[in-house]
Design a protein around this ligand. Structure first.
Ligand code: PMP
Length: 411
């Protein structure tokens, strides 16, 4: 099966930029279908981290010596590159270890001091645990309640139901841009507009969106947007939180330490401006340098090209998997990213994933950090194949053939 190359891009050459994709697993060529878990890294990112550590390594903003200023400049340059990639101002971009940190920062720094007993937070059924548990911790401490927006059987948000939940006691709505299990792409702009009309603050978990489609955060109308760098071709332990300047400015620090202060006295300290107020301690400098290069690299490739390529691969994979007897796909939203969660009647997800691994095929199995969603579907685990632009049509054919084979072994 072949597809026209979106944007006239030579995808084989793009793939060749990812050294790990050339390796073998259990004597078979690696077919990496776990990019929603973490993406692979192009040579440019690996080399940027290597060059930083080889030539420029020093701490940021603490040394006047040459390496100190080179490291600071490289780190701040990464912030600017990411801000350009995401359509925001660098001063509003807090760099941190990823979405989990970013969402906890909003929970503890924005929500904890504000929420009162009887007020409410709205989440959705499709959230990752990182967008559930921080709000539960805050709800416990404040006496606020959590309300849950439900889904249609296809795995789309029931928008009418969501609007009905947005009652006057709701102060915050936190939801995924794209579901990591279902691939559902939520209508962020419409949801944020409805929330804003009611004075509700919005927090968007963009972990699975920014790696797979063009995202201009400033056009979405949200108040906070979290993302993680390791799914975006960057190193682990990187990512960020964008927040509206006036909201960030009104938030107390989350963690205390070096870099986030203006002045420290034993009687009390004063704090730096955002984003530095939220970046206590030594950050992942080399990692963010790599992430800045990843953002540039993806921008050059063109996120619209990435999206078109992945949509073509998704269509091929969906058709191939649908032809497997007893295979059920979870999540069939009209607008869907390249994630396919599935189960095969009479088999266990972990057994499937283990046998696929022996064929060189890496898929994730389990609950995908989304217990409430899997409970709702009435299953204890699924397999998840998640695609990226560096996958190929031949890999999807190999995946489908392997699934036929392992199904035969298990039944
Ligand atoms: N939200 C979603 C939708 C995710 O897919 C993930 C990663 N699986 C996270 C949050 C957490 O990201 P991280 O572990 O990088 O903080």
């Amino acid at each position: 099966m072949s597809h026209p190359a979106p944007g006239g891009i030579d995808w084989a050459a793009v793939r060749a930029e990812f050294p790990i994709l050339g390796r073998e697993v259990h004597g078979k060529p690696l077919v990496y279908l776990d990019s929603a878990n973490t993406s692979q890294k192009p040579r440019a990112v690996i080399e940027a981290v290597d060059t930083f550590l080889t030539r420029h390594n020093a701490n940021v903003s603490r040394a006047v010596h040459a390496l100190g200023s080179e490291a600071t400049e490289a780190y701040e340059n990464a912030r600017r590159r990411l801000a350009t990639f995401l359509g925001v101002r660098a001063e509003e971009l807090v760099l941190c270890s990823g979405t989990t940190f970013a969402l906890n920062l909003v929970a503890f720094s924005w929500a904890l001091p504000r929420l009162k007993p009887g007020e409410a937070i709205v989440l959705t059924r499709m959230e990752h645990h990182a967008n559930i548990v921080p709000w539960q911790l805050v709800a416990e401490r404040t006496g606020a309640r959590i309300k849950v927006a439900e889904l249609t059987p296809e795995g789309e948000l029931d928008l009418e139901g969501l609007w009905r939940l947005l009652t006057p006691e709701v102060k915050l709505l936190a939801f995924a841009h794209v579901s990591n299990v279902l691939g559902t792409v939520n209508p962020v702009r419409e949801i944020c507009r409805e929330a804003a009309r009611r004075g509700i603050t919005t927090v968007v978990d963009g972990s699975q969106a920014v790696p797979h489609r063009p995202v201009d955060i400033s056009a979405l109308g949200c108040d906070f947007y979290a993302f993680t760098g390791h799914k975006l071709c960057g190193p682990t332990g990187t990512g960020g939180l964008w927040g509206r300047r006036e909201l960030l400015a009104g938030m107390p620090p989350f963690l205390g330490g070096g870099e986030m202060i203006r002045e420290v006295r034993f009687e009390g300290s004063t704090f730096n401006d955002p984003p530095y107020r939220f970046e206590a301690g030594t950050p992942n400098i080399a990692g963010h340098v790599g992430l800045g290069v990843a953002a540039d690299w993806l921008q050059n490739l063109g996120m619209a090209n990435v999206e078109a390529r992945e949509q073509a691969l998704l269509a091929q994979a969906t058709a191939a998997l649908s032809a497997i007897p007893g295979l059920r796909i979870f999540g069939t939203a009209r607008e869907k990213a390249a994630v396919i969660s599935f189960a095969i009647e009479g088999t266990h997800a972990h057994d499937l994933a283990t046998l696929l691994d022996l064929e060189g095929i890496a898929v994730r199995s389990g609950q995908h950090c989304a217990h409430p969603l899997l409970q709702w579907f009435g299953v204890s685990a699924t397999c998840r194949a998640s695609l990226a632009f560096y996958n190929t049509e031949a890999e999807i054919e190999a995946f489908a053939a392997a699934l036929h084979k392992v199904r035969g072994l298990l039944l």
